[in-house]
Design a protein around this ligand. Structure first.
Ligand SMILES: [Zn+2]
Length: 442
């Protein structure tokens, strides 16, 4: 290498010292792929790192005339596209100062994808220190369809070439673990568990656990779930594969199982369906509802003087019937305000009070999970809340009793070939997830 090039290199490294360090992080992320449970999860597009990398490109032997023996230095730089971005503004942020490239990108049909549709696309370039574009790569993710698209623009001998790719992300199985100290969502945030996985966890135990009332401080949750990775980054998550909720000696376990020719469902490790005749809660547990009501479960039985369970929630939150049945009352009822009673096939009934709006009529058949109204503060209520009652032979009974022993049997999955092996593998994975927490705690 000639001294002049060496000096150029030193100048560049000097002036790009911080970007080079940032690049190291990127490279580690790229080669380390995903360390179990510890790497960052689904990055928010706005938090994707902006990268700048300095690298040496070996000059191809076929083109000795260009730079003799000298390597050509190229800078890698990335930016997220912004709403109302112009091509000019974006290229400027990427350090590209190249009229030929700009005019190609402006008129090429494929390249127009760069700035059409949603913003937040990750645009990366390699360019010379002077701003001459070598390659442009733009990546965007449709998480709903679990699809990744990539626009690649490359400099050719003459002009540029643009193409659209749909790279297939790699499926990974990830492990997560958390301990609840204040709320479920605070714990999932701290453990970097994506919201979609948190929501599936709630769903997997919707017949067993009222997440707003039943989860106590110190409850451990171990999770096994799918994630999809491309270029060393997790782009989106998929199915929750297994979950375990432990408190003291009480353990709830569920795994995702798909019987041949059937839709997948959550089953216990014994093969029983996780679906129950009754849901454990009349409110879908969400980030919003989780911040209402007791964050830490009070001592069991503390609410015994109160003939039901109260769910604090913002006015307008949908209320769902916890089981199939027929509406036997829907209207005003004294201190209960707007009130709905549903009779269930097992002769028990459930009642819902203080509704802002009633969405059902007397005599109407309803299915488990169906919205029957919204949270309000009608009747004697200090603020928006749902007062929920479980009635056996007309007598108000502790709602925490309804969850147990009412499994809805679907297919006898325990007898299916392959089920035992899947259970064995899941037990090992759940144990691995639990060990992640121990490693993190040390
Ligand atoms: Zn109440």
């Amino acid at each position: 290498m000639k001294p002049v090039h060496l000096r150029n290199l030193q100048t560049l490294i000097h002036s790009h010292r911080r970007p080079v360090l940032a690049a190291l992080g990127t490279l580690l992320l790229g080669t380390g792929v995903v360390a179990f449970g510890v790497s960052p999860t689904l990055p928010d597009a706005a938090q994707w790192p902006v990268r700048q990398v300095l690298e040496t490109m070996d000059t191809p032997l076929a083109e000795p005339a260009l730079t003799a023996s000298a390597p050509e230095f190229l800078i890698h730089q990335s930016q997220l596209t912004r709403r109302d971005d112009s091509l000019q503004a974006l290229l400027k942020r990427l350090g590209v100062d190249d009229r030929e490239a700009q005019s190609f990108l402006a008129r090429d049909t494929t390249s127009r994808l760069l700035l059409t549709g949603a913003s937040g696309k990750l645009a990366s370039v390699t360019r010379t220190p002077e701003g001459r574009l070598s390659t442009l790569s733009v990546r965007w993710v449709d998480a709903d369809k679990q699809r990744v698209s990539r626009l690649v623009v490359e400099r050719q001998d003459i002009g540029f070439n643009a193409r659209l790719e749909q790279p297939t992300p790699r499926r990974l199985v990830r492990f997560g673990s958390l301990t609840i100290r204040s709320s479920f969502y605070a714990a999932t945030d701290q453990a970097d568990i994506p919201d979609a996985i948190a929501a599936q966890t709630v769903e997997a135990f919707s017949g067993d656990l009222d997440f707003q009332h039943d989860l106590r401080r110190g409850t451990r949750v171990n999770l096994v779930y799918e994630a999809f990775e491309l270029d060393g980054e997790i782009l989106f998550t998929g199915q929750l594969l297994g979950a375990e909720i432990q408190h003291g000696r009480e353990t709830h376990q569920a795994m995702w199982f798909q019987a041949p020719g059937k839709a997948g469902e959550f089953v216990s490790l014994d093969g029983a369906s996780q679906r129950r005749a009754y849901l454990a809660s009349p409110l879908a547990f969400s980030r919003v509802t989780s911040s209402y009501g007791p964050r830490i479960h009070p001592v069991f039985g503390e609410q015994k003087s109160h003939k039901g369970t109260d769910y604090g929630a913002p006015a307008g939150t949908p209320i769902r019937t916890v089981a199939d049945g027929v509406v036997s009352f829907a209207g005003r009822q004294g201190g209960y305000g707007n009130y709905v009673v549903i009779q269930h096939p097992d002769k028990a009934a459930t009642a819902y009070a203080h509704l802002e709006r009633i969405a059902v009529r007397v005599g109407q058949r309803v299915q488990q999970g169906q919205t029957i109204g919204t949270v309000g503060s009608t009747g004697t209520a200090t603020g928006p809340n749902l007062h929920f009652e479980y009635l056996v032979k007309g007598v108000q009974t502790n709602p925490s009793r309804i969850a147990s022993d009412t499994s809805v049997s679907t297919v006898a999955v325990a007898q299916l070939p392959g089920f035992k092996q899947e259970v064995k593998a899941m037990r090992e994975q759940l144990a691995m997830a639990a060990s992640v927490a121990q490693a993190n705690a040390q």
